[in-house]
Design a protein around this ligand. Sequence first.
Ligand SMILES: Cc1cc2nc3c(=O)[nH]c(=O)nc-3n(C[C@H](O)[C@H](O)[C@H](O)COP(=O)(O)OP(=O)(O)OC[C@H]3O[C@@H](n4cnc5c(N)ncnc54)[C@H](O)[C@@H]3O)c2cc1C
Length: 443
Amino acid sequence: MREEESYMNGFRQSKIEVAVVGDGASGAILCAQLLRSIRPDEIHVRWLGRSKKFGLGLAYSTSDPDHLLNVPSKGMSAFENDPLHFLNWVQARDKKASPESFLPRQWYGEYLSALVPAGHPSLTVHPDDVMQIQKVSHSYQITTRKNETHPADVVILAIGHCLSKARFGRRPSFPLAEVDGQARILIVGTGLTMVDTVLTLGRAPRQNEIVAISRHGLLPMVHARHDGNPGASHFRKIIHGSKPPTLRQAFAAMRTDCAEAESRGGDWRSVVDDVRPFIPSVWKSFSPADRRQFLRHVVHFWDSHRHRMPPEVAEKIYYLINSGRLKIKKGRFTSLVEEDGSWTVNWRSDTHELRRERFDHVFDCTGLSRDLGATDSPLVRQMLRDGLLVISDPPLGAFPAPEAAGLEVLGHLLRGEYWESTAVPEIRKQAAAIVDRLLKLLN
Ligand SMILES: Cc1cc2nc3c(=O)[nH]c(=O)nc-3n(C[C@H](O)[C@H](O)[C@H](O)COP(=O)(O)OP(=O)(O)OC[C@H]3O[C@@H](n4cnc5c(N)ncnc54)[C@H](O)[C@@H]3O)c2cc1C
């Protein structure tokens, strides 16, 4: 149990100082929800982040119109209790947008940037890199790269993906327009980040030949409209049973549900979508051993079914595959060496043959790290060292230490606790719970 009483006792008599660290979608959604709920004389919100433009973060800073949301617009509101908030905002600019549309991610970035009212009397915005957060008596002191310090009674960490250096070549955030249109390209990873990269590098008049390799060679499945029936009845039954299910039981129930759905002319997607809201609680009830088993044996299968491509994106990807410009391969690297501006890659195929190929560019699209302990973030390293954050088991993320009253965390950092913790439906729910806790302390 967190020591809420003691951190309440430590509050100043004047406004409560709340610091939101992180300027991506999580920070924007949290600030928007908080500013909607408070009176200006109650709380002062300091929003700190290192980006030039707040609210976009990793996912929504793209300007490529082919990069679409992978969730229909009806699922992307920043407010759980106002589910059409994003759709209504979009329809004011594009009447054709429907609840089922997969809209450009750039539009969603614009929505997020507009969410937090500039000039709100309770808000100050601080573009700076947060280097340290230290506990000082009952409150916190934040130190930035510019060596400024900020006091805070409550700190909310919304620092997102904590990407470390690329393990293979470069991250796809490298300006892809600079890549020669004839260059031969290797992409490591075959998930949605690979799909984004291919959409940009595959577009005419470019003629790049692209090879994408992953251990299982699984592409994301494609979204298809379904009416939500049948749901995951076996899965629901076992999670509501007297004992929490093991990984094996949960997965077996889901497979049965999918098989039954397909045999009745339904769609496995209705089962996966029905299961998804239960994942945080099911994951929490799994033993660390089961969580590790999931990461070793199930995650690639789950990810390809859960993180799906919009149909219009899939059409472009399959066109490139069918025309021979994109090759999806299954394999593992044995070495990858850069010399004289090109890369020599040795890899072993799924049939155990050793292959050697040369590429002009290598992009690391392997996604999120599974070891927060190896993060490059000085802030996270310091907070782990000082015992303010505790690393999860397995080390996918971290959570506030019981002694760190007044420290809140949302989004990607909670992946170790909930697994499903990085998409907007989970982020807005976590943000609402944090705002609720803050309001309770005020009353
Ligand atoms: C390519 C891509 C597409 C996606 N598409 C969808 C989708 O369609 N639908 C959906 O629901 N979800 C989608 N997601 C999931 C997505 O992760 C979330 O929706 C959201 O972007 C997470 O935002 P965040 O703020 O938690 O993290 P981030 O986007 O990583 O933002 C964190 C911000 O904090 C800043 N920061 C970090 N550390 C510090 C520090 N020490 N000091 C100051 N600033 C700091 C970072 O610079 C960054 O700007 C997608 C994710 C990706 C990567």
